[in-house]
Ligand binder design. Structure first.
Ligand code: IMP
Length: 199
């Protein structure tokens, strides 16, 4: 049975500052205190699964176990239609170490040029997992469809935001006011489903 999330502390099991900001924007108005894995000094577990849900659960389970509190994680990525859904679950890895998202965006652009892709459609996917310390788990998936542009535009977002224009919009997510992006993003879509079920 679905379990409700009470008001109180929720550990955001992510080391991505852009995601932490977006998760705080989404959950704090609902009365939850969001504390990130960065603030708590938690280790970053290795993402070894081949699905967004599998990797989201790895991160939330590790944080719930380490803190004894309910933990929330987001595993997300960009799926490019003409590249058969790549980079997908490997989106973060495409930026290399240390993470360089300009390089990752350029890699996608170069692959699209190599195959002379006419179809520049893509979607962002976000899977939110909530894990309680007693092992109860809930998972929700959200998406936003759009088109990839080149060159990158805007510095307000993170990751692939500067090359992504959501359907019906003209600004990239990197140019868009963060509140507007946070209302239409893949994470917001997953959050709406989570909110309906758990809050
Ligand atoms: P992971 O979920 O930590 O494995 O990483 C997902 C990667 O997908 C991020 O590092 C970003 O590159 C990309 N990504 C996920 N969500 C967004 C978003 O809202 N904007 C831009 N890039 C994103």
């Amino acid at each position: 049975m679905t379990r409700k999330l009470g008001k109180g502390r929720l550990v955001a099991a992510t080391h991505n500052k852009g995601k932490v900001r977006e998760l705080k924007d989404l959950f704090e108005p609902a009365g939850l205190e969001v504390v990130s894995a960065i603030e708590l000094g938690l280790p970053e577990p290795e993402e070894t699964e081949q699905t967004f849900a599998g990797n989201a659960l790895i991160k939330a389970r590790a944080a719930a176990e380490a803190t004894g509190q309910p933990a929330l994680s987001d595993d997300s990525g960009l799926e490019v239609t003409a590249l058969g859904g790549m980079p997908g679950v490997h989106t973060a890895i495409w930026a290399g170490e240390p993470r360089d998202f300009y390089k990752a965006m350029e890699k996608v652009e170069n692959l699209l040029r190599e195959i002379d892709a006419k179809d520049r459609s893509a979607r962002f996917v976000s899977t939110l997992a909530v894990v309680w310390p007693d092992g109860h788990e809930e998972v929700f998936e959200g998406e936003v469809h759009g088109t990839l542009v080149w060159p990158p535009r805007g510095e307000k977002g993170f990751g692939f935001d500067p090359v992504f224009v959501a359907d019906g919009e003209t600004e990239t997510f990197g140019e868009m006011d963060p509140a507007k992006k946070h209302a239409m993003s893949h994470r917001a879509d997953a959050f709406r489903k989570l909110k309906a079920a758990l809050l």
